[in-house]
Design a protein around this ligand. Structure first.
Ligand SMILES: [Mn+2]
Length: 332
């Protein structure tokens, strides 16, 4: 059973609250359907509940950020993003909020949260929903991708052509023995190795001064393609759009990940690792549009939202704007 405007957190007020317009115009908080956790598990939802819908999944975890020696607080990210989405004009598609996978307090380890996220993402994809995952540390990416991989395996795809597009100041390709928010794309690469799938990773917004030479070496070994924050200057947008469309062209599926620390710190202070330079929205948005308009994006996530360091909810507002924009540009 789906309950209107009821949160997955039984003890805390719903983030789905906001202005009600006298003229009958509707906003997100009035149209998002919520899963009632008392009555149901995500795996109970079938095609009628999920098909052709956007499925919001919160990844309330910052254990990976702590392991990566970053500033914690991203576990509160999904709630802050929902609260910012609540007041936006209603989205073009039906949205169902499946609640949070929550590691607090000591309920789940990061690895367990990633595994639960993967199952939920796979289930949504199996039921032809579009998963939109709200983070949480960027370790969310390993859960998101694993869910896509499970779905494609369940469909019997032997050699899917998956492109991974990550807007990020960081490669997140660390080879540390302990997984963290700094390792997810190396973990994804290893998972691709196990499946004997190619690892096609495009990283947009890389900072020369926020990645060690060792990480650049790993990126070269893994044949990662990237554009730096400097290459993503507004004056060079055409070159960037060309690189993105070249990357997308021969892919069947895209996994889109958006790390909020790709944005300049003055517009996105609420992240674990604020960017000294960052990429302007005037470049980010046309690139995101091009990715979504390909019609190949199977799922997307947004990572590193950290309300503890946000100012006037700036970062949450940008996260909400980018998510709403994704849905308006998404091709069926
Ligand atoms: Mn990242």
């Amino acid at each position: 059973m789906l309950m209107k405007n009821q949160t997955s957190h039984s003890k805390t007020p719903s983030p789905w609250q906001g202005r009600v317009d006298a003229d009958g115009s509707l906003r997100w908080h009035q149209v998002v359907a919520c899963l009632d956790p008392e009555l149901q598990d995500i795996s109970d939802l079938g095609g009628d509940d999920l098909a052709s819908k956007v499925a919001l999944l919160g990844y309330a975890c910052d254990e990976g950020v702590a392991r990566n020696q970053g500033r914690t607080g991203a576990a509160e990210g999904p709630r802050a993003i929902r609260a910012a989405l609540a007041n936006l004009p209603r989205p073009p598609s039906a949205v169902i909020d499946l609640g949070n996978i929550d590691t607090r307090p000591d309920r789940l380890t990061m690895e367990q949260a990633q595994a639960q996220l993967a199952s939920a993402v796979a289930h949504c994809l199996n039921q032809r929903a579009f998963p939109l995952v709200l983070g949480g540390g960027h370790d969310v990416a390993f859960g998101s991708f694993s869910g896509l991989a499970q779905h494609l395996q369940q469909r019997g795809e032997a050699m899917p052509s998956i492109g991974i597009i990550n807007f990020d100041a960081h490669f997140d390709l660390r080879r540390d023995p302990q997984p963290s928010s700094g390792t997810p794309f190396e973990q994804i690469a290893r998972q691709c190795d196990e499946h004997i799938w190619p690892f096609d990773y495009l990283c947009l917004g890389i900072s020369e001064f926020a990645n060690t030479p060792l990480l650049f070496d790993t990126a070269r070994v893994r044949r990662v393609r990237w554009l730096s924050d400097e290459q993503l200057a507004p004056s060079r947008l055409d070159m960037a759009l060309h690189a993105v469309s070249e990357f997308i062209r021969d892919k069947d599926y895209l996994y889109l990940s958006f790390c909020l620390d790709v944005l300049p710190a003055h517009i996105a202070p609420g992240v674990s690792a604020p960017a000294a330079r960052g990429v302007e929205l005037s470049v980010i948005e046309p690139l995101l549009d091009a990715v979504l308009q390909s019609g190949k994006v199977a799922l997307a996530d947004i990572a590193e939202m950290n309300p503890r360091f946000d100012i006037d909810s700036r970062t949450a507002r940008i996260a909400a704007r980018l998510l709403a924009r994704m849905l308006s540009r998404q091709q069926a």
